[in-house]
Design a binder for this molecule. Structure first.
Ligand code: CP
Length: 316
């Protein structure tokens, strides 16, 4: 079994991951590893194959594996290699030959995780493939909102995703997760950063921050990647003037009680101000905390078919 994206998971499968992750959170909301899971991956090794930089995802998988009693080995590559796909495949096959039992892969080429699945016999977890998907972040974001709202039925909720929706893999996985859980999803940002009609996956597109925020029960503020903006955004000051969430926006444009998510790292003063990012309505650190539970859930579900309490989670 693999986890390549959320586009091909059913609502039931997404809810199963959320239910699995709940096992790794205690009554006080702290991430835990139940005693019976602490050795679940004892003696087993997970390869972290990262061809793009990562802090949160990489450390999250390292810690999640360690909490389950397993070990990780990190292989960092460069995406600028002349034959990127072949290089990642070769490395993955080498790691498999060294008895690693799963691969977590991040790569700028969207085809790499799918290619690895064809070439190795161990589970592959997509940790971000170009601008396509970032499924464990999407599951984490859904889990964070499910815990905040007390339900994994998002019908009646509106979630706005702001920023570079076209190129952002978190946005794409979030759109799949949120719509499958029943939410109405709105996307907004500079026109050049909006997805094409065929990529909206059920989301509605609006053209101003005010229009997006007016109805939103939750807002996902995306990370801007300077290297991907090119001519789409005139300059960061202009972007901030139209799209930054500051205290005034929070007080006057957002619904009372609406919360903010951000996958990190935050470009403070451009995507949101420090007061908002560090304030009580921003769930960013909660997302980071819960990602540890979600990654334990994903690793356990894919690596431990003998896990008695695990329902079948077909992912591909
Ligand atoms: N959220 C996220 O993917 O962060 P990293 O790029 O640091 O892994």
């Amino acid at each position: 079994m693999h986890l390549l994206g959320l586009h091909n998971l059913s609502p039931v499968q997404i809810r199963q991951y959320l239910q699995h992750a709940a096992r790794f959170v205690d009554d006080q909301g702290r991430v835990q590893t139940p005693e019976q899971d602490a050795k679940r991956l004892a003696g087993r090794w997970v390869g972290l194959l990262f061809y793009e930089p990562s802090n949160r995802t990489r450390v999250g998988f390292e810690l999640a594996t360690a909490r389950l009693g397993g070990h990780t080995v990190l292989v960092e590559g460069t995406s600028s290699h002349w034959d990127r796909t072949e290089s990642a495949v070769d490395m993955a096959r080498n790691l498999e030959a060294m008895e690693l039992e799963a691969l977590v892969v991040r790569h700028s080429d969207r085809h790499v995780p799918e290619t690895l699945v064809e070439r190795v016999a161990i589970p592959v977890i997509n940790a971000g493939n170009g601008s396509d998907e970032h499924p464990t972040q999407g599951l984490t974001d859904a889990f964070t909102l499910a815990r905040h709202w007390g339900t994994d039925d998002f019908r009646g909720k509106t979630i706005a995703i702001l920023g570079d929706v076209r190129q952002n893999r978190v946005a794409h996985s979030d759109m799949h997760a949120f719509t499958k859980l029943g939410a109405r999803v709105i996307v907004a940002g500079p026109r050049a950063l909006m997805p094409h009609e065929e990529d909206l996956t059920g989301a509605a597109r609006v053209h101003t921050r005010e229009a997006a925020l007016a109805e939103a029960d939750a807002i996902v503020v995306l990370r801007l990647q300077r290297d991907r903006l090119h001519a789409a955004v005139a300059d960061l000051e202009t972007y901030a003037r139209h799209w930054c969430i500051d205290e005034h926006v929070l007080a006057h444009e957002m619904k009372p009680g609406a919360v903010i998510l951000h996958p990190g790292p935050v470009m403070r003063g451009v995507e949101m101000t420090s007061r908002v990012a560090d304030g009580p309505r921003c769930l960013q650190l909660q997302q980071v905390r819960l990602s540890l539970a979600m990654r334990q859930a994903v690793l356990t579900a894919l690596l431990d078919p003998g896990w008695a309490s695990a329902p079948q989670i077909p992912t591909r």
